[in-house]
Design a protein around this ligand. Structure first.
Ligand code: NAD
Length: 243
């Protein structure tokens, strides 16, 4: 029998992309809900939640999934670090794929960034640049946040190394800082560049998304995978076997 999906955030850009990807992939949308709809009744007739809504909605959808013992695919971004930590404990009570980016190409970019950060070392100044459409509500993007985390992990730095934009008399760049720049405009689906710059050369790794269908198809691939997993929090690297 085909998997039945609950789409949370169904009226949004991603919710609509998930509905159309589900049709392509012969999956059933058992319930498509948004602000004000009855999530509990919708989830009761579905096998798995696919959530692209708002960070403020994550706790309630996770609590519902835990109560009904249903797996979750969580694509929503914009959680503060402390908020995310508390939510992870809840998410771990059911099988949950939580990814800031469900595209296969971006997940390869994560792996390449880790490799580049390790090989190039701290002599190469690391900066992350992202650009998204004018309607995006959070910054930096979840994908950029993950790229930063990877660089910090490889360089054994903590979040105090991050520099979100620069303005005024900043002084010379310190060797340990990692720059982050969020651009907003037009209808850009999602561009990410990781730059490693040294004296004499520069390496740039870039991914450009031109259709949000890539995230929707990846999220549905994750949904098909997560229904067979034990409780725990997974990411797209697990789904794609990149670990
Ligand atoms: P959007 O603003 O177009 O849509 C969000 C939808 O969620 C809206 O219809 C809104 O009414 C609904 N919503 C808000 N609060 C809700 C609640 N409490 N219950 C149910 N529905 C609620 O946004 P979007 O562009 O579709 O993006 C949604 C989220 O997905 C954002 O956080 C975005 O950053 C993220 N995103 C993630 C990926 C990924 O691959 N992980 C890709 C694209 C977007």
């Amino acid at each position: 029998m085909s998997l039945s999906i609950l789409i949370n955030g169904a009226r949004g850009r991603m919710g609509q992309a998930v509905a159309s990807a589900a049709r392509e992939m012969n999956l059933v949308v058992g319930a498509a809900i948004d602000v004000g709809d009855d999530a509990a009744a919708g989830l009761a007739r579905c096998d798995v939640v696919v959530d692209f809504s708002s960070h403020a909605a994550t706790r309630s959808i996770l609590e519902l999934a835990v109560a009904q013992k249903k797996p979750v695919v969580l694509g929503t971004t914009g959680h503060a670090a402390a908020e995310k930590k508390a939510l992870l404990a809840l998410a771990g009570q059911v099988p949950c794929v939580w990814a800031g980016n469900f595209s296969v190409g971006v997940n390869l970019l994560f792996a390449l960034t880790r490799r580049a950060a390790a090989v190039l070392g701290s002599d190469y100044d690391a900066e992350v640049i992202e650009m998204h459409h004018r309607f995006k509500k959070d910054a930096p993007s979840g994908t950029a946040a993950r790229l930063l985390e990877i660089i910090l992990e490889e360089r054994k730095l903590n979040a105090s190394a991050l520099r979100h934009g620069r303005e005024g008399i900043t002084g010379e760049r310190t060797p340990t800082e990692v720059g982050m720049h969020a651009l907003r405009g037009g209808d850009v689906v999602g561009d990410h560049t990781v730059m490693f710059a040294a004296l004499g050369e520069r390496v740039e790794l870039t991914h450009k998304a031109s259709d949000r269908g890539i995230f929707a198809r990846g999220a549905l691939r994750a949904a098909q995978w997560v229904v067979h997993q034990p409780a725990g929090v997974y990411d797209m690297q697990d789904v794609l076997g990149l670990k």
